[in-house]
Design a binder for this molecule. Sequence first.
Ligand code: C5P
Length: 339
Amino acid sequence: MAVTVRSFAKINLGLGIGALRPDGFHELRTVYQTIALHDVIRVSVGRGSGIEICCEDSRVPKDESNTCYRIVERAMVALRAHGRVVIEIEKRLPVQGGLGGASANAVAALLGLERALKKELPGPERLRIAAEVGSDLPLFLVGGTVLGVGRGEEVYPLPDLPAMSCVIATPEIGVSTPKAFADWDLFVSRELQVTRKLTPPPASDRMVEFGRVLSAWLGGQSQAKYRSGKASASSGVPVSKGRGRAGNPLLDLVRTGIENDFERVVFPKYPELRQVNGVLMRAGAVYTSLSGSGSATYGLFASREAAEKAAARLRKKGIPATATTTLTRPQYWKKIFDC
Ligand code: C5P
């Protein structure tokens, strides 16, 4: 019998890019946040051997380049398991980048495989295998609000942020992530040339600054907890009951000025993406940003109603958009097998 798993997407609440490393990856700091938009993955294990990928969407690869294939291949070896694994991918998420769709699919396939085999990998082994397949996979083994460091694969659960309404816009533009990183390197070297005389901090230091801002925000959250004397027992930070502006730690975070560095190189190349953010802002978003290297962009909204209206406004302009909500860690894990 097939095991069905929801494969939730993510957005990035800020992303600071650092130096290019000798292994070809960039050091980065980001806060990942899972959202309720999802694909559905079905995993079954039968007699025989091999891995089969089934998906009606022609843009999804069915061969060994598929992230689901790659993770299952590794997991079968690590679990010392045998059999023919069939993975069905029901694509509901836009294939456009920035939402971690393929990465989430792979983690869902791994979780489904473990259930189908009634065997589990130890937590650190799961994280290792996920990181081998891609930088954006391990976050989906944590869920909720997640700090990503290293090349993004080193993940730590952050105090969970309250669920908040958001709009995900998915303009039909393909942004290549390796190319966006290369454009960032070019941007940094040009910026250094222009401003060399003033000896400014290199743009890569923005990543270090991102870490400082985040640390100060976390510290502020704890101070607020001790000052008020009340804290959420589960998360360790005060969580406002309302979804309004005051006292919402998610809004406090995005108002620290954290940014997604990719916007600096992706927006000049695709001005229409900046315009999408403009529409979201005019429709009442309290924060907008590119997610990952795009092309998905998002806006956070104070209410579901405001989010629905903004999504409708974007769709009227011909831009695919969906109103949804961010997903806390408990919600993520509760809903993942609840299909
Ligand atoms: O890890 P993932 O396979 O998603 O990375 C795809 C490509 O994006 C890498 O080969 C690399 O060119 C670029 N990348 C990077 N720095 C990161 C993550 C990805 O340069 N932190």
